[in-house]
Write a protein that binds this ligand. Structure first.
Ligand code: FE
Length: 317
């Protein structure tokens, strides 16, 4: 009986090629043994994922987008929470005093009023259109409490990891009122606001961390095409909070994260309706992650140390 091995070889060649493409599309550098893989100009949608309803803080209802079981992290992004409610019971208890170590927290307010206070004496009133960038570094204890008793509270919280060499740096805090965040007209009535990094020929006001993040909010109007250049090896994603967006041919409805593959830029447009988007990109760290509650380090021993320091009252010293 004859046996033609050609189809098997072909399949192996295909799988080897597919693995290379997958590696490139995950934004990780190809291993030194692998041949160079050409990076696509346009970033494709690798995966779409709805947010998962949950509660955090003292009982705040939110959608956990990054940081849920199906997507525990997206290097260097550790968490994306979406909060949006006009029911005070969903937000009024806020986030009383709690610690952090080893990463950065970013709050983006679309609507509402929140007061931040922390153990370094920083206080910041964040209102709709504003943002807050906190580098927890070696340790900070802070609270984030709503300053409204009714009305709409809407926005995001994002956690971005720090490289090992920066996890124990001194904490830092940057408060960004609405008027400090540059707005760029996108054509057709759309607007981009750049919080950090460079996009739409505009730089955000946050001093650039070593993960070189780009974070921007976008309002897209009917079918106006928008392109965002991105460093090809950055991890990139977008979350559609209102309307519906097309990324290439991929449809991304409201409440959905689109994880983007490698590429030089992302091309998107609203699909026949005003649509709201949070866009982010940053350089992956490729470091081990040890994570428990409010602490994100590289090893379990460092997590144990963080809890010990917190119990001893030395976390923030
Ligand atoms: Fe916090």
């Amino acid at each position: 009986m004859s046996f033609n091995i050609e189809p098997i070889l072909e399949r192996r060649r295909f799988l080897a090629g597919a693995a290379g493409l997958l590696l490139a599309s995950c934004g990780r550098p190809a291993s030194n043994a692998a041949p160079a893989v050409r990076v696509a100009a346009l970033r494709p949608v690798l995966q779409t994922l709805p947010g998962l309803p949950t509660k955090d803080g003292a009982g705040v209802s939110l959608l956990r987008v990054i940081g849920q079981r199906a997507l525990s992290q997206l290097d260097p992004f550790l968490l994306l929470d979406r909060f949006h409610s006009d029911d005070p019971n969903a937000y009024i208890r806020g986030f009383p005093d709690h610690p952090h170590r080893g990463f950065e927290t970013v709050t983006v307010m679309l609507e509402g009023h929140m007061l931040h206070r922390d153990s370094k004496g920083n206080a910041g009133n964040i209102r709709g259109g504003g943002a807050q960038w906190m580098t927890a570094g070696r340790g900070i204890i802070h609270s984030e409490m709503p300053q409204q008793v009714d009305g709409l509270m809407s926005g995001f919280q994002l956690w971005i990891n720090l490289p090992a060499r920066e996890k124990m740096q001194a904490p830092a805090y940057q408060d960004l009122q609405r008027d400090r965040i540059p707005a760029v007209a996108l054509g057709g009535g759309g607007v981009a606001k750049v919080i950090v990094g460079r996009a739409f020929d505009t730089s955000g006001p946050v001093s650039a961390p070593s993960t070189e993040p780009v974070v921007a909010t976008l309002v897209l109007e009917d079918d106006t095409l928008v392109e965002i250049p991105t460093p090809p090896s950055h991890t990139a994603w977008l979350f559609v909070h209102t309307g519906e967006v097309l990324v290439g041919e991929s449809r991304v409805p409201a409440g959905t994260l689109a994880v983007l593959g490698a590429g030089e830029r992302v091309r998107l447009r609203a699909d026949q309706q005003r649509s709201g988007v949070l866009f982010a990109a940053a350089k992956p760290l490729h470091e081990p992650i040890a994570r428990r509650g409010p602490f994100v380090m590289n090893t379990e021993a460092e997590i144990e140390q963080a809890f010990a320091d917190y119990r001893a009252g030395t976390l923030t010293l």
